[in-house]
Ligand binder design. Structure first.
Ligand SMILES: *[C@@H]1O[C@H](CO)[C@@H](O)[C@H](O)[C@H]1NC(C)=O
Ligand SMILES: *[C@@H]1O[C@H](CO)[C@@H](O)[C@H](O)[C@H]1NC(C)=O
Ligand SMILES: *[C@@H]1O[C@H](CO)[C@@H](O)[C@H](O)[C@H]1NC(C)=O
Ligand SMILES: *[C@@H]1O[C@H](CO)[C@@H](O)[C@H](O)[C@H]1NC(C)=O
Ligand SMILES: *[C@@H]1O[C@H](CO)[C@@H](O)[C@H](O)[C@H]1NC(C)=O
Length: 491
């Protein structure tokens, strides 16, 4: 018996819902036996199947297919977390009255949730329904109804965090959040929206207290123009891995934004024509893995006057970031945001402009490895000043040592740090390789040095009449020429 009960969780951990009937039988019989043993003395608590600690009812990985009946919850009255992660639940039925803060139902196969399934969980602050099979048709406002009062359903007024990530939502019912209007965090990540249609757009903008919105991996090609019109508190927006090709216009209304991720979107250029709007509160911006991005031009980031952390990493085609990409002008002159962290590792950058950052000494972190740094005079400031003065403090000795020149040929492969004291020469006008030009120049010089005496010799010989072709002698040439040339006779 003891052996059986110990082995059950192990079997379940390895198993998933489709596992063999044989294993199923083992689990079932042991569970039943266990239940039976307990039920002699008291009502079978869910704690015979799940593990109940002080504040945590852990029903994870138990291959449960249905909910427990109400009486099995009897002695669970107040806990912090109830978790049914990674089971085989398909249908969520109403929970009994329990004081619980977090209900985790992620990684099941939930396709159906009964009306007011959570209304007795009045203390619920977080509901995690991610990694399930919820569809747009199924997800109706009544699901989130709170307790009934004579006039109306009360909202689930404590609910602040709702995770609907990784379901199959193409749109949202426009009143889906009417009973949970105080949500602060909404996660819609990993749903195939494509675009937010008017219903979805209205539903999301109805959440006036929203502080955090995760719409990563939603296949979004654009955002509605006024999506954030009502977002007076939105601090964090995650747009990772969508299909945006330009910065959404609606961002300009998200004025309270502090964190923004646009990682992995096919935006090609961020410059004056596709610039960030005025987001004065934005402290952190992530532009990583943008594989179509080739340039960050002057003015592109200039409106982000409060920026503290900028991450531009793994944009393999990003070859250029211009000198005034971040700086902005005020009546007092050119200013820069109070940048502390700048990560520009693993792009295709060749130059780091001197004026990109106002005060390099105010940085706390700098990452530059994995680029195509050119070691010519346009990088003199990076190589001769930034690296020797701040390199070690900002990126550590090892990372400074990893920085190598990829051009020009005479420095290729050398460490940037080894050139700190050199006066680096400039490339010529067309960024061609001057050493090639030099070879041509030397060739031309040698050619001239050889050609001049030879042609002179020929000229003199000709003058003396060594070459006679046909009847025409030198005398038939113009007199003037003859006269002038005769003065050079003794050369
Ligand atoms: C509920 O009862 C079971 C025994 O039936 C016990 O193991 C468990 O600790 C109890 N849970 C709580 C939260 O009191
Ligand atoms: C649970 O919610 C009720 C109603 O809002 C409230 O009276 C009670 O104090 C809450 N209990 C806990 C432990 O938060
Ligand atoms: C949203 O859900 C996805 C998928 O479950 C998860 O990876 C992501 O971390 C969540 N985002 C937030 C802000 O919790
Ligand atoms: C943004 O979303 C992606 C994917 O869900 C996740 O990996 C990342 O951690 C999120 N970023 C933040 C800051 O929540
Ligand atoms: C982004 O780049 C990929 C591959 O380089 C290309 O197939 C795709 O069409 C580009 N997308 C856009 C929107 O430019």
């Amino acid at each position: 018996m003891m052996y059986l009960r110990l082995s059950v969780p192990v079997i379940i951990l390895l198993a998933n819902c489709e596992n063999s009937i044989a294993e199923n039988a083992i689990v079932d019989s042991s569970t039943i036996k266990a239940d039976h043993a307990e039920s002699i003395t008291t009502v079978t608590s869910i704690c015979t199947v799940c593990s109940c600690a002080d504040n945590y009812v852990d029903c994870n990985n138990r291959r449960l297919e249905t909910h427990f009946e109400e009486e099995r919850w009897l002695n669970i009255t107040a806990v912090k977390v109830i978790s049914f992660e990674h089971n085989c639940l398909v249908h969520v039925t109403p929970f009994p009255r329990i004081i619980v803060e977090r209900l985790i139902l992620r990684r099941n196969r939930i396709a159906r949730i009964d009306n007011h399934a959570f209304k007795e969980l009045v203390n619920l602050t977080e509901l995690d329904l991610s990694d399930n099979q919820l569809t747009s048709q199924m997800l109706q406002p009544h699901i989130f109804e709170g307790t009934f009062s004579p006039e109306a359903y009360e909202p689930l007024s404590n609910l602040q965090i709702l995770n609907l990530g990784n379901n199959v939502l193409h749109w949202l019912h426009q009143s889906i959040f009417e009973h949970i209007a105080d949500l602060k965090v909404l996660n819609l990540s990993g749903n195939p929206f494509g675009v937010f249609d008017y219903r979805t757009s209205i539903a999301i903008s109805s959440l006036s207290y929203l502080e955090e919105l995760d719409i990563s991996y939603c296949e979004l090609r654009e955002l509605p123009n006024f999506q954030f019109h009502n977002a007076k508190h939105l601090k964090k927006l995650n747009l990772t891995s969508n299909q945006l090709t330009v910065l959404p216009k609606s961002l300009e209304e998200a004025r309270t934004l502090e964190y923004l991720s646009l990682d992995d979107n096919p935006i090609r250029a961020i410059d004056r024509t596709n610039a960030f709007p005025n987001l004065k509160m934005l402290r952190e911006l992530s532009l990583c893995g943008m594989l179509n991005l080739t340039v960050i031009g002057n003015g592109g980031l200039s409106a982000l006057t409060g920026l503290e952390s900028l991450y531009i990493q793994n944009c393999w085609k990003l070859g250029r970031i211009e000198e005034y990409a971040i700086a902005f002008t005020t009546t007092e002159g050119t200013m820069w945001p109070p940048l502390k962290k700048l990560n520009m590792a693993s792009n295709n950058l060749r130059y780091l402009p001197m004026l990109l950052i106002g005060r390099w000494d105010k940085l706390e972190e700098l990452r530059l490895t994995g680029n195509q740094w050119n070691c010519d005079c346009d990088n003199q400031y990076l190589i001769g000043t930034i690296l020797p003065e701040y390199g070690e403090a900002l990126m550590g000795e090892n990372e400074v040592d990893e920085l190598t020149c990829s051009a020009p040929p005479e420095h290729a492969g050398k460490k940037l740090a080894s050139l700190a004291d050199r006066h680096l020469r400039c490339l010529d006008l067309y960024n061609a390789r001057p050493e090639k030009d030099a070879a041509i120049l030397v060739g031309v010089l040698i050619g001239l040095l050889i050609a001049i005496p030879i042609s002179m010799t020929f000229f003199i010989l000709w003058r003396r009449g060594f070459f006679f072709c046909g009847s025409q002698g030198p005398g038939s040439f113009s007199r003037a020429f003859y006269k002038r040339a005769s003065n050079d006779d003794d050369i």
